[in-house]
Design a protein around this ligand. Structure first.
Ligand code: SAM
Length: 257
């Protein structure tokens, strides 16, 4: 990927030396565009495996294979006025947002394997709609809230510092690998049993314990300009957030039946 944008050059702007935002030259864009997939008829799993389908979801959903998805991660436009490249999204009453969401979510069920997990992102404005719709189609298991520290805040309201991810499954059989997403945390009350540390270890810079993860995530950093994963996308999700979810659905099959 090239270091500077054509747009910046045109505007005569120079990038700050620590700005590591991924930007693409016209040649990069051409190369990546050639690898994107467009589908206009039914496809097999093999035809789409490890490929990126770059199309309106409404055009492709009916052509995708049945029961092939083990992890459905959806980061839909939130209920906000926002422009994504050439598309704009308008804020609407919650009920209308719910109808819009239902128009694509109702078709997702047939794509999911019987042990699939579903994670759907939202903010405080869209979360209630996501919850109610997930209840309609899946088994709702939890709502993760992650701290989203970005921006300077507002003087007339509480600064919005969090987002939600609704966790659902298709059935009572699903994968959840808690061991793979354990967190190292500072021990506040270091308890000992017969003089021996209970579940914690003494390290040079403090006492720590590996704990199972909760539904409050405070270890996520929203990508910003000096981070190498940053792109110009207005609502980019952090790589670490996706890594946690992918790790959690690997290997360990749970049967709650
Ligand atoms: C909240 S953003 C997701 C950002 C993404 N998770 C990331 O980390 O870059 C919502 C995305 O949904 C896309 N989108 C909106 N309507 C769509 C549709 N009908 N079909 C496909 N994508 C759509 C928008 O272009 C936008 O990129």
């Amino acid at each position: 990927m090239s270091g500077d944008t054509t747009l910046n050059k045109k505007k005569g702007m120079t990038r700050a030396p620590r700005n590591r935002t991924i930007t693409l030259s016209d040649k990069d864009k051409e190369n990546y565009r050639a690898k994107l997939l467009k589908i206009n008829g039914p496809v097999s799993v093999e035809q789409i495996l490890n490929r990126v389908i770059n199309q309106d979801i409404f055009e492709v959903m009916d052509f995708l294979p049945s029961k092939f998805v083990d992890l459905l991660f959806i980061d839909p436009p939130y209920n906000l006025a926002k422009t994504f490249n050439t598309h704009s999204f308008k804020q609407m009453p919650v009920k209308q947002y719910m109808e819009w969401m239902d128009s694509w979510l109702q078709k997702m069920g047939k794509l999911l394997s019987p042990t699939a997990s579903i994670y759907i992102c939202g903010d405080w404005r869209s979360s209630s709609a996501i919850h109610l719709l997930c209840e309609k189609y899946f088994i709702v298991r939890n709502r993760i809230t992650f701290e989203r520290e970005k921006g300077r805040g507002a003087k007339r309201n509480w600064k919005n510092n969090s987002e939600d991810i609704w966790f659902c499954t298709v059935s009572n059989k699903f994968t959840f690998n808690a061991e793979a997403v354990k967190l190292k945390r500072k021990v506040i009350a270091p308890y000992r049993e017969n003089g021996v540390p209970k579940d914690w270890e003494e390290e040079a810079n403090g006492r720590f314990r590996l704990t199972y993860p909760s539904n409050i995530w405070t270890d996520i950093t929203i990508p910003f300009w000096s981070m190498p994963e940053n792109t110009p996308h207005p609502t980019q999700k952090p790589e670490k957030l996706l890594a946690k979810i992918i790790l959690a659905i690997c290997s360990v099959l749970i049967n709650c039946a």
